[in-house]
Design a protein around this ligand. Structure first.
Ligand code: MG
Ligand code: MG
Length: 258
C-alpha cells in the first residue's frame, strides 16, 4: 500500500529532509584527508540530536552508525570506522533523521582533496542523473520513467547502474512503497500520484554493475572494485512538477568556501 501524504505531512517531511541537508553540511566542514569516518559520524549524530531529532539509521536493522559512509568502491551502507580518509578518495555520505515522527533521507558524494578526473566526472554525472530522474517525479508519470531517465543519462558515459538497491517511498517509515529503481522502461513500474513522497537515489559505478555484500553484513561494494557514486533527494510528487524536499544548497555553500 502506498501512503499519499497530506500537505501538512509533506511540510514535516520537508523539515526532516532540510535537517539532513544541514547535517551533511556540518559534516562537509570536517571532511578532509586524515579525518576518520567514525569522527564524521559523531559530528553528524551530535548535530542531529542538538536539533531535537534522532539519527534515522542508528539501530535501523541493527546498523551501528548514524551515517552510512561509503568510500571509493563501497557503494552504500558503509559502516563508520577508524580508517582515515586520504587525498583522492570519493566518499558517499547518506544521512537519515527522524523529526516529528517523519523521516528525512538524503545522500551526497564528496571528493577528498584532489581526485582523479575519472572520479570527478563520475560524481558530477551521477548528481546530474539524479536531477534527470527527478524531472519525472510528477503526477501521472511512472517509476519506470525515472529509472529510464537516470539510466539513459549515465549509460552514454559507459557507467553502470546498480540494480540490487533502489530508491523508495518515505514517510513515518524509512522505506515505504513504491520501489524506485534507477533503471527501467518508460510507462512501467508504479504510476506516480500527487502526494507520494519518494527518495530517488542513483548509485552509479564506473565499471560493471555487479555488487557484493561484505562479511560485516552491511557494506555493499562493486565486485570489480571500481569507484561508485551516490546522490539522493527526497521528492514530493506534484501535479505539474517535482517538489524537492531535501537540498544540497547548505552542503555546496560549505564546499565553495573550502
Ligand atoms: Mg539515504
Ligand atoms: Mg534512501
Amino acid at each position: 500500500m502506498i501512503y499519499l501524504k497530506t500537505e501538512e505531512e509533506i511540510e514535516l517531511l520537508r523539515k526532516s529532509s532540510l535537517l539532513v541537508g544541514k547535517t551533511l553540511a556540518e559534516v562537509a566542514k570536517r571532511i578532509r584527508p586524515g579525518v576518520t569516518t567514525l569522527e564524521l559520524d559523531k559530528v553528524g549524530e551530535e548535530f542531529i540530536r542538538d536539533h531535537g531529532a534522532v539519527p534515522g539509521f542508528k539501530g535501523y536493522g541493527g546498523f551501528p552508525g548514524s551515517l552510512c559512509i561509503s568510500v571509493n568502491e563501497t557503494v552504500v551502507h558503509g559502516i563508520p570506522n577508524n580508517r582515515p580518509l586520504t587525498e583522492g578518495d570519493i566518499v558517499s555520505i547518506d544521512c537519515g533523521v527522524i523529526l516529528n515522527e517523519f523521516y528525512g533521507d538524503s545522500a551526497y558524494t564528496f571528493a577528498i582533496g584532489d581526485v582523479s578526473e575519472e572520479k570527478r566526472l563520475l560524481m558530477e554525472r551521477t548528481k546530474e542523473s539524479l536531477y534527470k530522474g527527478i524531472e519525472f517525479a510528477v503526477d501521472g508519470k511512472w517509476t519506470g520513467d525515472i529509472g529510464d531517465a537516470v539510466h539513459s543519462y549515465v549509460r552514454q558515459y559507459g557507467y553502470s547502474v546498480v540494480r540490487d538497491l533502489v530508491g523508495h517511498g518515505l514517510g513515518k517509515s524509512l522505506h515505504e512503497k513504491p520501489e524506485v529503481p534507477n533503471y527501467g522502461r518508460k510507462g512501467n513500474g508504479t504510476k506516480l500520484k500527487e502526494g507520494m513522497v519518494i527518495c530517488i537515489e542513483p548509485m552509479i559505478n564506473l565499471g560493471k554493475r555487479n555488487v557484493i555484500q561484505e562479511k560485516d553484513g552491511w557494506t555493499i561494494r562493486t565486485s570489480d572494485r571500481s569507484p561508485s557514486a551516490h546522490y539522493e533527494h527526497a521528492v514530493a510528487v506534484r501535479k505539474n512538477r517535482a517538489d524537492i524536499l531535501s537540498t544540497f544548497d547548505y552542503i555546496e555553500e560549505v564546499l565553495k568556501k573550502k
